[in-house]
Ligand binder design. Structure first.
Ligand code: HAM
Length: 409
């Protein structure tokens, strides 16, 4: 038997209402806040992610679904299923000349992403993200709006107790000094770090702080190293930006806590980064993450454009929200007169009522039983009704019955 691929999941009708609620809540909230929906392709040039997400990241190094296409007439270009959507949205922003529009340009999206990771609870190979990307605003009010939006979205979904963890990674200049200091203090421990961290040491030392390896975590806990990690390294301008983000979060009543170890798993960030975690999710605890990426548009060939955004994992959110019960149909048409049943079903659907019928012309009793399980009311059409030119409508919750004309159905 052919089964769904490891790390992928069917989203079945029993859970689809909750998914639709999540989508609807997102659509309404983001529209209210003037974000326009964007749908970009699920595959892009591999180079977009190598340059965009960064070739020192696990995503690019280990997790991409990359292939080339084209049988005989082989198209040499390599393509990749999108592991995330910031790079794709930035590509679309540049390609369609959105920089000519007055800032801010605000997008939101919903869709599947693909990462070849070891599947476990909360971690899939095909998963879905809802996200927003805001272009053109360097002012900390943009960071605050994006963090406020994700908090608002979670609270609209009934999750009120989660706190955003925030940090500032500074700008290229101050971060380079910080990286150099971290490399210096960790140099004597190089051979004790895990394989991944030895690579990160060379390519992107900040990523080491995010390492889940116990041995590495112990090293980072040592006083002399911790002192360097926790040092205030960001420059005056970055500090002011960060302080203002925090001030605005206060203004908006958004709860946050600072986490100096928060560095995120993608290379494009500068200044503000944030993550929202929930203990209820177990080891894959991040529901959403994001931050500022002022260099990415230019790096991918556009004009220098500040930007900030977030993405939220829908499967993880699904685990946290109350699940919706499937709603019953408005009507179930019960009849052994197939033509009449079909015609009535069509009529009711034309009136925007949800309804269905038996299709198999089973015994009346069987049809009523099915009606009782699936609908709020039964429309009964027997010989009496046919002769009398009326319908019997039975409220399946109270048992009450009424004779009605078609137009009063
Ligand atoms: P990310 O932190 O890689 O950021 O992913 C965002 C969220 O997607 C995570 O917090 C998590 O909920 C969910 N997620 C990630 N990987 C998986 C997986 N394998 N299975 C299930 N859920 C997963 C980004 O993708 C950035 N593009 C966010 C961003 C937007 N930054 C700026 N703008």
């Amino acid at each position: 038997m052919i089964k769904a691929q490891r790390g992928t999941k069917d989203i079945l009708p029993e859970s689809i209402l909750t998914w639709q609620k999540i989508e609807k809540t997102a659509r309404e909230l983001f529209q209210e806040a003037n974000y326009k929906e964007i749908r970009t392709p699920i595959f892009e040039a591999t180079e977009l992610f190598c340059r965009g997400v960064g070739d020192s990241t696990d995503i690019v190094n280990k997790e991409m679904y990359t292939f080339s296409v084209g049988g005989q007439n082989k198209d040499e270009s390599s393509i990749t299923l999108r592991p995330e959507n910031t790079a794709g949205v930035v590509r679309a922003f540049i390609e369609h000349g959105f920089s000519r529009q007055s800032a801010p340009v605000k997008f939101w999206y919903f869709g599947p992403m693909f990462r070849y990771e070891r599947p476990q609870k909360g971690r899939q190979r095909q998963f879905h993200q809802i996200g927003v990307e805001m272009f053109g605003i360097e002012n900390p009010s943009a960071d605050a709006e994006v963090i406020a939006l994700v908090s608002k979205f979670l609270s609209k979904m009934g999750i009120k107790d989660l706190v955003a963890e925030i940090n500032s990674l500074g700008c290229i200049k101050c971060r380079d000094e910080y990286k150099a200091r971290i490399k210096e203090v960790l140099k004597p421990y190089l051979d004790k770090l895990c394989d991944d961290c030895r690579v990160r040491y060379e390519k992107n030392p900040l990523r080491m702080l995010d390492c889940k390896n116990e041995g590495c975590a112990e090293i980072f806990e040592q006083d002399e190293i911790k002192k360097v990690i926790l040092a205030d390294f960001i420059c005056e301008e970055c500090r002011e930006h960060y302080e203002t983000v925090k001030k605005y979060l206060g203004t908006l009543g958004i709860k946050y806590k600072e986490n100096k170890m928060l560095v995120r798993g993608l290379d494009y960030y500068n200044r503000t980064v944030f993550e929202i975690k929930s203990d209820a999710l177990g080891s894959q605890s991040a529901v959403a993450g994001g931050g500022r990426y002022d260099g990415l548009v230019e790096m991918l060939g556009g004009e220098k454009t500040p930007a900030v955004g977030f993405a939220l994992g829908v499967e993880r959110l699904y685990e946290l929200v109350a699940h919706m019960e499937e709603e019953k149909l408005d009507y179930f048409v019960v009849s052994n007169l197939q033509d009449k049943a079909m015609e009535t079903v069509q009529y009711l659907r034309d009136q925007d009522k949800s309804c269905d019928f038996d299709f198999q012309n089973r015994k009346f009793g069987k049809q009523l039983e099915k009606a009782g399980k699936t609908a709020k009311a039964a429309v009964i059409i027997g010989e009496d009704e046919l002769q009398g030119g009326y319908y019997t409508v039975k409220n399946l919750e109270t048992g009450e019955q009424k004779k009605v004309q078609k137009t009063d159905l």
